[in-house]
Structure formats: C-alpha cells, structure tokens
Design a protein around this ligand. Structure first.
Ligand code: UDP
Length: 254
C-alpha cells in the first residue's frame, strides 16, 4: 500500500530510529513450557511468539503415516488480540500458507528419515504481531526443536529485508511493512548455508533483490548466534561442571 508517510529520512534514519542495516531488539528464551517436549519464547521488536514442539510420536490417524520419514506439522496461529483489528479466531488463508512454508522449511533441516511413521508437531502462537511474524515464528520453532532434542542438520533461522521509499533495509517494522515497497523473508540453515524459505511481496529489481538477500542473510547469521546463546543459557545452568567434578572425586584412603 502506498502512502504519504516518509519511512526513511535524508540521513538514512527510519521511523523507529534504526539505520538501514539494523535489526529490531530480539530476546530469545528456550524451554519455557513444561508440558511441551521443547519450547521457546521470542520477542522481536513488537512481536511476541511462543513455539512448542511435541514429538516425534506415532502419527494418528494411521493412514497419515509415512513408512520412510516423519511428518512435520507446523501450525502458525495468530491470537485474536495480537493485531490492531481483532482477528477472527481459527485458520485463514494466510495462516494456512505460513504453516505450509514453515513446515516445508523445517522438513529440510530435521532428520526426518530417522523417525518413520511419526509426526512432529510444531505449534507457533503469535501473541503480539508487528510485522515479520513468519520469521519470528520459524526462528522460535528452531530453538524449540533444538530444546526438544530433535536431531537436525542445523538450527533453522529466519530474517527479512525489504524496500522502503526506494531504499533496501533490514527487518521491516509494521509501518514499513504496510507502506513499504517490498518484503523479502528468508529462512536459512546457517551452518550449511542453505535457503529453506524465500518469499517476496512487492517488487524489487535484480540489484535490489541481491542487496536485500545479502542483508537478510546477514540478519539470519546474527539471529542464529542469539538462538545458540539462548540454548546455552538454558543448558549451562542445568549442569554445573563444578558439582559434577566434586561428585567424581576419589575418596582419600587412610
Ligand atoms: N497483520 C494484521 N492482521 C492480519 C494479518 C497481519 O494486522 O490479519 C499484520 C501483522 O502485524 C503482521 C503484519 O501485518 O505481522 C505483516 O503480515 P505479513 O502477512 O506480511 O506476514 P509477517 O510479516 O508477519 O510474516
């Protein structure tokens, strides 16, 4: 949608004061839900997202089972209160599409061949939305899967870049998404450098596309480090090396 709002000023500053290549503030916490096999709470700018993983467990009904691999079933849901105009509860075209692209992205990294006839459920609940929720959701799902101990070739991560007032910028905020020229969400398996999700809304020239892709790729690498830090923070506090060392000290003989 076009508007008269100026999204970036003459000094390259955006509406929220960010520079073109700056991410919004991100906070990631692993293992926040007790009943899920793995979980994550993530804040990304004004987005608040919970991801919960259940499985792998026997796929039911049985006819859905695949004898060669696990089925990855990601379900993206926006709470009614997460957006300005109350959203009608339940799935709509948009959430079905996002669930599908996230499921496919996750299938690329999970070692699904190790778990035939099973299903891995990944629930992504958007509690507050402020643009970029599919990237926030996929990033949270990556941490939740790792927290569940599900074998993966990589922890998936996502970040978007886009174009506002003719400038290519990283990580669009709400007004930038609404009134900007283009949005390019990228999902990445960062260690093996493989693209697992790529969508585009709006128009970019080839040069702009390459620049936006580079920015989003860089964003993914930064967020990937935050994911690892969140997982380390959880698991480092579970096992204290000093305690283990004390437990295995041999008793002195008299
Ligand atoms: N949005 C909304 N109502 C809706 C769907 C989306 O207000 O029913 C807002 C929400 O803030 C969302 C943003 O529009 O984050 C951009 O939505 P888009 O479809 O581009 O997906 P996203 O950027 O969240 O992955």
């Amino acid at each position: 949608m076009k508007s008269d709002i100026k999204l970036i000023d003459g000094h390259g500053k955006r509406l929220d004061g960010r520079k073109a290549d700056e991410l919004r503030k991100i906070k990631i916490e692993a293992g926040v839900l007790h009943r899920a096999d793995g979980s994550c709470y993530l804040e990304w700018g004004g987005n608040k997202v919970l991801a919960a993983v259940y499985g792998p467990r026997e796929a039911i009904p049985k006819h859905t089972q695949n004898p060669l691999k696990a089925i990855v079933n990601a379900r993206y849901n926006m709470a009614s209160f997460s957006v300005e105009d109350r959203k009608r509860p339940g799935p709509d075209r948009r959430s079905v599409e996002i669930s599908k692209v996230i499921s496919e992205a996750l299938e690329r990294v999970i070692l699904i061949e190790q778990f035939p006839r099973t299903m891995i459920n990944v629930n992504i609940e958007v509690l507050d939305a402020e643009a970029g929720t599919r990237c926030a959701g996929l990033t949270a799902a990556g941490v939740a899967l790792a927290d569940a101990g599900i074998p993966m070739i990589d922890i998936p991560v996502a970040c978007a870049a886009g174009k506002i007032d003719g400038h290519v910028v990283l990580d669009l905020g709400q007004k930038e998404d609404n009134f900007g020229d283009a949005d390019l969400p990228l999902g990445l398996a960062p260690r093996i450098n493989e693209v697992i999700l790529l969508q585009m809304d709006g128009h970019l020239t080839m040069d702009e596309f390459n620049k936006a892709f580079e920015l989003a790729h860089h964003g993914c690498l930064v967020v990937s480090e935050m994911q690892k830090k969140a997982l380390l923070e959880k698991y480092e506090s579970v096992v204290q090396p000093e305690e283990v060392v004390q437990d295995v000290q041999p008793e002195e003989s008299e």
